[in-house]
Design a protein around this ligand. Structure first.
Ligand code: PLP
Length: 460
């Protein structure tokens, strides 16, 4: 979201104040350390280089390699994190902090909150007050606390499917019951179906999870769509838990509308969850935040208390530095991902390419939701499923049910070395879909598509 020019960005960074690093380590400033390494304004960052993530216990690469063997993995494109290097100014700040040789308990410095406040104002035009914000070790723990605090025991939490597979686990961890409200596809775009939603609302439902932009299908919900949802929720006394973790990935011509920005009453009946983890690739630094202007909702969340409100020194510094200095980096990475989407769309839609796969450009995220219905039943025969099941059993591996999408995922690895996420994890409406993470250098995307294309052509 390029809302402000370079001059504003500089002013923003200048005005951002004391850093977490200063208060933690007592020396220097993240600005001073980071800016020297930034390439300044305008498309300076390089996302083309391959940066190996092998041998560092990365879930995306190392888990795939452990499971299938190094020679059998070309490009893993599963779990949602970026294969790019961390912004250099964040690395500098972390190195500096590491040099201060005490890692004991710390409090959250004001500068951390200020960086969040400034980032929200600058990027999304949102006024967030310090007293509305709470820290969390990741996005889901905060949301779990809210669900616990707001719902009756085993109360229902509604999600709009297809949506992020991790909600299921979070709802279960909170001790709640997940209810899927299937979306409808209208003119190639998923829409939340208010009739289906209303049918599922009852006295046991106190929360709904909104995923904006939606993982995996990428819709950036419009203000009208959000109000329509909010009006139904308010009528039924339901709180909107707005997961906006993907909000910094918005394709050209699209717009991210924060739920809490659409009007006072909507802000007052919702909690927003965000994190620098997707945007800057900081998932394992374990830092996230959530906010609401409604003190009752915050109190309920605190009573729910499932999250660890403590802070990880490195996560805090990474987050604060990224928010202070990362505007250009985000603009650049967004543009790069947009280019990856263009490449992918053109490739899939080129005559003769990727038989059985349909795809058009989404509005946001760095996840491609590929419709593989035209191929999946051709390659995933009952025989293939049985052999996959037997292979798993013989290897002593547990697997949680065998869907045709999971089997297709196996088939793709076997035949192309590309690992995708099976659509079946994303709920009703995901049949025949696979999720591809395109937060990778262009050359990796090209390679993966080339391998997939060869495999699919052979199979047809
Ligand atoms: C929509 C969405 N929410 C939450 C998460 C998980 O975030 P965290 O690891 O911070 O709990 C993800 C991760 O992929 C996600 O896509």
């Amino acid at each position: 979201m390029k809302k402000f020019g370079a001059q504003n960005r500089r002013n923003f960074m200048k005005a951002a104040g004391v850093t977490a690093l200063m208060s933690a380590a007592g020396s220097g400033s993240a600005m001073g350390m980071g800016m020297g390494q930034s390439r300044g304004s305008g498309k300076g960052y390089n996302f083309d280089d391959i940066y190996s993530r092998i041998g560092v216990n990365s879930v995306k690469w190392d888990s795939a390699i452990r499971r299938y063997g190094r020679d059998n993995i070309t490009v893993p494109m599963g779990i949602a994190d970026l294969d790019f290097k961390q912004p250099p100014f964040v690395v500098s700040a972390l190195k500096k902090r590491a040099e201060y040789e005490n890692y004991g308990y710390e409090t959250l410095p004001d500068s951390y909150y200020q960086a969040i406040i400034d980032w929200n104002k600058e990027r999304y035009g949102q006024e967030v007050k310090k007293e509305w914000i709470r820290n969390s070790s990741a996005l889901k723990p905060g949301m779990i606390s809210s669900m616990r605090g707001l719902n009756p025991v085993k109360g229902k939490v509604i999600i709009f499917t297809p949506t992020y597979s991790g909600f299921n686990g979070a709802i279960t961890k909170a001790g709640m019951t997940q209810v899927m409200s299937p979306m409808k596809k209208v003119n190639g775009r998923w829409k939340m179906d208010m009739e289906a939603f209303k049918e599922r609302l009852d006295y046991e439902t106190k929360c709904v999870i909104l995923c904006n932009p939606n993982n995996p299908s990428g819709e950036c919900w419009t203000a009208d769509e959000l109000r329509e949802l909010g009006d139904v929720c308010m009528e039924h006394g339901v709180t909107v838990l707005a997961d906006e973790i993907h909000c910094d990935f918005v394709n050209k011509g699209q717009k991210f509308v924060p739920y809490a920005s659409i009007g006072e009453k909507y802000a007052n009946s919702s909690i927003t969850y965000r994190s620098p983890s997707k945007t800057f690739g900081q998932a394992n630094l374990k830092v996230a935040y959530f906010f609401t202007q409604n003190q009752d909702l915050m109190n309920a969340t605190m009573i729910g208390g499932g999250h660890d409100a403590g802070c990880n020194s490195f996560g805090l510094i990474a987050c604060e530095t990224a928010f202070r200095e990362g505007a250009q980096w985000v603009d650049d990475v967004q543009e790069y991902i947009d280019g990856n989407f263009d490449y992918l769309v053109e490739y899939v839609n080129k005559s003769g390419n990727m038989p059985g796969v349909e795809y058009s450009k989404p509005e946001g995220t760095y996840l491609a939701w590929l419709d593989c219905n035209g191929i999946i039943d051709k390659v995933i025969t009952d025989e293939y499923r049985k052999s996959y099941h037997d292979k798993m059993r013989d290897a002593g591996r547990r697997h949680s049910g065998l869907t045709k999408e999971m089997a297709f995922g196996e088939w793709l690895v076997e035949n192309s070395g590309v690992q995708l996420n099976a659509g079946s994890g994303y709920g009703i409406g995901a049949e025949g879909f696979m999720r591809m993470n395109i937060g990778v250098p262009r050359s990796s995307l090209e390679k993966a598509l080339g391998h997939m294309n060869d495999a699919l052509k052979k199979a047809m």
